[in-house]
Design a protein around this ligand. Structure first.
Ligand SMILES: [Zn+2]
Length: 219
């Protein structure tokens, strides 16, 4: 109960709330366990196990964006190196794109442009090879992250959300390829990899769901 508002309140991490939103009212309604990755300027994560959010011993679980997938990779905002976020965020995709251009590749986008992930996506849809390659490379890194998630948690579902999923199948195809090649068959065969159903509303819907769960109101 909040003293200030005289109403029941819950405080929840945004990525956790989004994961609960997808579990409660979105892509994961039929499953008991899911992992959600929010792919925006950073990479957020949320974990639901046996119909409950997994927050960890100190409420800092599910920092999937800071799972290290390259020991000597580029520095991350968190102070570590080679985190998922360095590769699989919109920021990471733009960085990779600029690196490829600087190395001499030719694209319809110029390195001097204020390049965004959305621009890379649009160029890819119009057949720009560098953009297609960069999205595929981003998908491969994401695939590695998903393999690790599958091996640790073996969830029924992995939900991808955020602006990056605008790349659709261009992103999903390399993810599926990597998970099929690298995960134990028993880990991935029943894990559905899907895009978010609630989009940007997952967080706010999930926050409402968290409160209802807290109040033990079944909705
Ligand atoms: Zn990091």
């Amino acid at each position: 109960m909040s003293e200030r508002f005289s109403k029941p309140c819950v405080l929840e991490n945004d990525a956790n709330a989004a994961a609960w939103g997808e579990k409660w009212a979105g892509a994961g309604k039929e499953v008991k366990s899911l992992v959600m990755l929010t792919l925006g300027t950073g990479v957020g994560g949320g974990i639901v196990i046996d119909n409950k959010l997994w927050r960890g011993a100190n409420n800092v679980a599910a920092e999937i964006g800071h799972m290290v997938i390259q020991t000597d990779g580029p520095p991350c905002n968190c102070g570590n190196r080679g985190c998922v976020e360095v590769y699989a965020s919109a920021t990471g995709m733009v960085r990779l794109f600029k690196e490829v251009l600087k190395a001499g590749a030719s694209s319809s986008l110029k390195v001097s442009d204020e390049i965004t992930a959305k621009m890379i996506n649009e160029a890819a849809i119009h057949g720009d090879k560098v953009s297609l390659d960069v999205i595929a490379e981003t998908g491969r890194y994401l695939g590695i992250a998903l393999v690790n998630i599958m091996h640790v948690l073996n969830p029924e579902m992995i939900v991808l959300s955020g602006g990056m999923i605008g790349s659709g199948q261009l992103l999903m195809d390399p993810i599926r390829k990597v998970t099929t090649q690298r995960a134990f068959e028993a880990s991935y065969q029943d894990t559905k990899i899907v895009f978010s159903q609630l989009g940007n509303d997952a967080g706010i819907i999930g926050a409402a769901g968290c409160l209802l769960k807290e109040l033990e109101i079944s909705a």
